[in-house]
Design a protein around this ligand. Structure first.
Ligand code: ADP
Ligand code: ADP
Length: 227
């Protein structure tokens, strides 16, 4: 079953002489539950594309259809709600809020949606992430690996249909990288969540079901690894 369809997507930054075509007429679709690795050289448009897929950066032209909703056809309020419920975003540098503790950072998407925090579920998630004893800690009191676990918790708390990760292991040592990828794969399999991950690490990319290579804003390769 198809969950996402990208149609003739383009993104142009700037004007005149400094104009850059970051994404150049890209089309593809993604199946529900698929784990897709996005690879390609620096500047090939990976981050730009991921942000457009996640509803956080408007394309210059083209469409992103998620569950048959044209997400950029929604007004800003509806897009914000859609994003919070359907999309989990994970960044290389965590993007946690420094003045909020672990629990507050993780439950932020629920609070923004006026949803009650279910303590039992929260504690289960904290356990799974290995953060049970860190609930009250601030981000700067945590290691990089722990901060990335908090950001994964924040991305998963609403059980989004789609998880988008931009170099989630880019700032971590190999042991932490392994563990973070295992957590994301677990959630991908267990909840049949769609996972789209940018990575520079060939070992990680090879664990995906499919590998899409970007080059100069276009798809230069689209390979199935596991059918
Ligand atoms: P990647 O993630 O593959 O490194 P990016 O999506 O970050 O690539 O960038 C693609 C191209 O778009 C690059 O040439 C980059 O310089 C340009 N670019 C990215 N963001 C901006 C921006 N906010 N303003 C202008 N140009 C940008
Ligand atoms: P399932 O019932 O499908 O096994 P859960 O409802 O237990 O899934 O939720 C999956 C994960 O999301 C859990 O680990 C849980 O911690 C977290 N979660 C979901 N909803 C909430 C909530 N309202 N408050 C706190 N955590 C939540």
């Amino acid at each position: 079953m198809e969950i996402m369809r990208v149609e003739n997507l383009s993104k142009v930054y700037g004007k005149g002489d400094t104009q850059v075509k970051a994404i150049d007429n890209i089309s593809f679709s993604v199946k529900k539950g698929e784990f897709v690795a996005i690879i390609g050289p620096s500047g090939s448009g990976k981050s730009t594309m991921l942000h457009i897929l996640g509803g956080v950066d408007r394309p210059t032209s083209g469409k992103v259809m998620i569950d048959n909703t044209d997400i950029y056809g929604l007004n800003e309020t509806k897009l914000a709600i859609f994003r919070r419920r359907q999309i989990g975003l994970i960044y290389q540098f965590y993007n946690l809020i420094p003045i909020l503790n672990v629990e507050e950072n993780m439950t932020l998407p629920l609070l923004l949606d006026n949803r009650r925090v279910d303590k039992k579920k929260l504690n289960d998630l904290l356990d799974t992430l290995g953060l049970a004893k860190r609930q009250q800690h601030l981000p700067n009191e945590l290691s990089g690996g722990q901060q990335q676990r908090v950001s994964i918790g924040r991305a998963l708390i609403n059980q989004p249909a789609i998880v988008l990760a931009d170099e989630p292991t880019g700032n971590l040592d190999s042991q932490n990288s392994k563990e973070i990828v295992e957590l994301l794969k677990l959630s991908n399999k267990y909840f049949n969540q769609t996972l789209i991950m940018i990575t520079h690490d060939p070992q990680i990319a090879l664990q995906a079901d499919r590998m899409i290579t970007l080059q100069d804003g276009r798809i230069s390769k689209d390979e199935v690894i596991r059918p």
